[in-house]
Each structure stands twice: as C-alpha cells, then as structure tokens.
Design a protein around this ligand. Structure first.
Ligand code: NAP
Length: 294
C-alpha cells in the first residue's frame, strides 16, 4: 500500500494562517507589529528564491518585512555593522542572515553578532546551548518544522525509535535535541556510520538531512515507518531540465513507509512557516508578552 503523503504546503499554510491571526491580535491589542529583517549577501540564485519567498510569507502573516541586499564584495566588518544596526532597530524582532556567505566572511562571527533575542534562525550559540540543556530558546526552523510534520502522524513521539541522518549544526544536531525533548530514542548517523541501512531499518521515524539525491532506498526503511525528507537537491532530468529531489528515493520508499514528506512540498514550506512562528515568538518575548500556544 502506498504511504500517506504528509502535505507540507497545506500544513504550512494552516500554520501561517494561525500566526497571522495572532499577529492581528498583537497589532490590535498591543500595537506590536512583528518585523523580520533578512540579509542577503551576493547573488546566489537559490538564496534569492528563498529570501523572496520568506519575504512574501512575512507579509502574508501580517508582519513587517525588510530585505537587505548587500554586494558579494562586502567586508566582514561592514556586514557586522549591518547586523548591529538591525540589533538596535526597535521595529525589527527577527534577523536572518541567509547562508552561505562569501569566503571572506566568517559565518560563525556573523551569527554570534546577532542579538540572541532576535535570532529567529536559532543558530546563535546561546540559543543552541539553551536548546541542548532543555531551556526555552529560539529553535532552528527546519528541525522545528520536522517535528511538527512528524507529529501530524504521531501526536506523541514518546518511546519511538528515531534515526536522524546528518549531524549539521543547522539541521541534524538541533533535530536530535528536539527529539530527545519529545522523549524519542534517538540515533544520529553521518558519513562515517557503519552499515547505515541496518541503522535506519530500526527507525519508526526516519529523518534524512544528507544533501545527496535519493540516497535513502526502499530496503533502508522499516515497514510502516514515517519518513521526513529534509534534502533539497537539484539534479539534471531528461532533456537537460533541472529538477528538485530529496535525499529519499520517494517512489520506492513510499511503497514501504506509512507516511512520507514529498520534495518539494514537505519540509521546505514548513521551514518558512516556522520562521514566521519564530518571528512572532521573538516579538512577544522582546515585548514581555506571553507566547501564544501555536
Ligand atoms: P550538511 O551540513 O552538508 O550536512 C550533511 C550531513 O550528512 C553531514 O552530517 C554528513 O556527514 C552527512 N552525510 C553526507 N553524506 C552521507 C552519506 N553518504 N551517508 C550518511 N551521511 C552522510 O547539510 P545540511 O545543511 O544539514 O543540509 C542537509 C540537506 O537538507 C541538504 O540537501 C539541504 O539543502 C537540505 N536543507 C533543507 C532545508 C529545508 O528547508 N527543507 C533546510 C536546511 C537544509 P559528516 O558530518 O560525516 O560529513
């Protein structure tokens, strides 16, 4: 039987609608309009698409959006000054510096310069540390979205065997922390893992954040597992067209899994919706207001 498709677009639209309703209340009751600033350095076409769609969703959620396009040649010091200026801007509650950055700029230094209260990407070491020790934090949007998608299938993740392939700071590691917080039993795998298919076959919940097209095959999957595909890979299809695929061989895995996210239309839209959620949460926290339960 074919797996149930977890429709990230529909779920993301629902979340943005709920965020927009809360934003309406914040504006009406407190005169608080959450604002998101996105900083884009250089002319990476993929980054430009992401930034445009983040800006459109910000406006759709009723929030203030500002995009700062900076030249590829910008120095680290100049970029740090832009971040400082946004840190001090009272109309801005979320700051996102789109990665990757050009080679003359140390991304760790830039991330560390963002006010942790406005760090809606959740990459600042303070937020990463708070997440790791179980304190409230701004949490990276992609892992946050993955948990929300998994919970549409399993409202409780307690006791489930979860395997995460990938140990990056922006996806794999924070995802593991969130899963531990949900009482899942977690294994994190990576390029040095021995016999990866044997590890993934244990998973009730499998998360693939590898960055390699369709590496996860049918025989890597425990029957009836839930599969969340985080990968975004551009491949050349027949006729020279470019196509986006995930890290999971979707058609064959869907024959064994119970539920699966498509690429595109799974984790991607949910990531952007979670950015809206984080921006609203950051605005509430900065204003000393309680966090709406969304
Ligand atoms: P990354 O920093 O390149 O990390 C990839 C991870 O996969 C590393 O831990 C690496 O292991 C592991 N890996 C690579 N090849 C492997 C293999 N053959 N077997 C097992 N593990 C392997 O990538 P990332 O930033 O986490 O992103 C991962 C994917 O998610 C990319 O396709 C990216 O585009 C996508 N992504 C999507 C969203 C979204 O919104 N949907 C957001 C962020 C990222 P080592 O640590 O040993 O090198």
């Amino acid at each position: 039987m074919a797996a149930r498709i977890i429709d990230g677009r529909v779920l993301a639209d629902e979340l943005v609608t709920r965020v927009a309703a809360e934003v309406g209340r914040l504006i009406q009751d407190h005169g608080l309009e959450p604002g998101l600033a996105v900083v884009l350095v250089g002319e990476n076409p993929a980054s430009e698409i992401y930034v445009r769609s983040k800006s459109m969703k910000t406006v759709a959620a009723g929030m203030r959006s500002s995009t700062h396009k900076l030249p590829d040649s910008i120095t680290e010091l100049e970029l740090l000054r832009v971040v400082q200026q946004l840190n001090g801007d009272r109309a801005i509650h979320g700051i996102l510096v789109q990665l990757p950055l050009p080679p003359q700029i140390n991304p760790h230094k830039v991330i560390a310069a963002i006010d942790p209260a406005k760090d809606v990407d959740g990459f600042h070491p303070l937020n990463a540390g708070r997440l790791a020790i179980g304190l409230p934090a701004l949490v990276p949007c992609t892992p946050l979205g993955c948990i929300r998608l998994a919970k549409t299938v399993h409202p409780s993740l307690t006791g489930l065997e979860a395997v995460v392939i990938g140990r990056s700071n922006i996806v794999g590691k924070p995802l593991v922390q969130l899963l531990l917080g949900e009482n899942a039993t977690v294994t994190i795998a990576h390029s040095k893992t021995h016999d990866l298919p044997a590890v993934t076959r244990r998973a009730d919940l499998l998360f693939a954040a590898v960055g390699k097209p369709e590496v996860v095959k049918r025989d890597w999957i425990k029957p009836r597992a839930t599969v969340i595909d985080i990968g975004i890979n551009r491949i050349s299809a027949a006729g020279g067209e470019k196509r986006i695929v995930g890290d999971v061989a979707f058609a064959e895995v869907a024959e064994v899994a119970d539920a699966i996210t498509p690429v595109p239309g799974g984790v991607g839209p949910m990531t952007i919706a979670c950015l809206m959620l984080n921006t609203m949460r950051a605005a509430c926290a900065i204003a000393g207001l309680p966090q709406p339960d969304l």
